[in-house]
Design a binder for this molecule. Sequence first.
Ligand code: ADP
Length: 466
Amino acid sequence: MVFAFAIILGLWLFQIVFLNNYYENIKQQNILQAAEKISEIYTNRAFSEREKIVQIEQVSAQYDLFANIINMETGQVSSYSPMQGLKFSIGFWGDSLVYSHMKFIQSVAEEIEASENGRYLKLDNDRDGGKYILGQIMGSGKNQAVLVASTRLQPLDDTLMILSNQLIYVAVILLGAALVAALFIADKISRPLEDITRKAEKLSAGNYDVRFEKGRYAEIDQLAHTLNYATQGLQQVEKLRTELIANVSHDLKTPLTMIKAYAEMIRDISGNNEEKRNKHLNVIVEESDRMAALVQDLLDVSKLQAGVVEYHPMPFDVAGLVENVRRRFDGVCLQKGFCIRTSVNRPCRAIGDVSKLQQVLYNLLSNAVNYSGDSRNIDVTVEAKDGKVRIAIRDYGEGISQEDLPYIWDRYYKVDKNHERAVVGTGIGLSIVKSVLELHQAEYGVDSVLGQGSTFWFTLKEAADD
Ligand code: ADP
């Protein structure tokens, strides 16, 4: 509506208020231009008298101009009129033909003389709307002449009245159209947006059940779609967060209970029996290690995902890394009968951050151990080929279903919440693996068949031999 008002105001200013000034201005420009042209034609020696007359007649018609050229030497008066039929007439100063003009021409001639630059221009207002009068000296010597020209200003009253009338119609139509457009926009755009805003406020207050409705415009559809997507993400995060708290508290509680129980046993029973005491103390140390590892995992994943970890890639011996990590599972292998077999197709060095890759391998081996089921065999293969080193960890356990596969890399995701693990698990092991491998820009993936086992693999760049 404001826009429509602005347009109407603009029309009113230009078409009605300033119309007169604008018209006068144009007329003034025109008469000056015409005088310029006539002067050029008149003083141009290349033209014959006849040519001059024809050309000045044209100028007079074109600019709606009455022009008198009075030769100072001969007293000849050439009159031009824009009216059809009597375009040109000629006479002499004092003739009856020019007698009626004489007083007028005389007065203009006096004004020219009084002026500084040999030119006189005046707006003469009369009852019929007025006229512009121009007087100018042209040429020199024998050819010197005075140009006295005038052009009528049409009375604008009628025009103004018509325009005002029209403007009223235009205003009514424009404001009506603006109103319709405003209602239309409010209905099609503003209302859905308000609805979306209201729901977004609910969302920010923690209500993840809101559903954003589509509007009638592609952009609003897009926005609603994006917000629905964000809501789903938030729902997921919220769910995972609650699960994490449950998992972590459970996983922390178990070792704590053990530590407390064994500490009490030492206090009350085995305090004086060195052998038993040491056994119990070992359990306490192991359980504390489990807790420390769990807390470390949580810290690592937050740092990795916040992007604040330092990354120091350098060449390292892959077989050495595998062996190093495998050794950490010796205890589990001995106690629970797991068998971790490693094979390397040829000695090779890869580029990466060793300490972080150790963690990747450790997490993948932990998972292989945890999800091995009854088959306790695990294969770790290292294959160096075409400047790349592929490391794969294969277990023959329960495998992962196709629908779970895309989610296992997500933080806190666990397929089976109550899985009994041989190694402590928080549901963030694979999330750490993913972050570290992405830091290395490594390719990684998993091939898994439910009931037959899984192969987790990643490839690193092979270090060039120096
Ligand atoms: P968790 O601490 O639960 O092992 P991870 O992030 O390491 O957490 O793994 C996420 C989920 O992926 C696991 O809960 C498990 O369901 C599945 N998973 C990971 N590795 C394997 C595997 N080798 N075999 C079967 N399932 C696996």
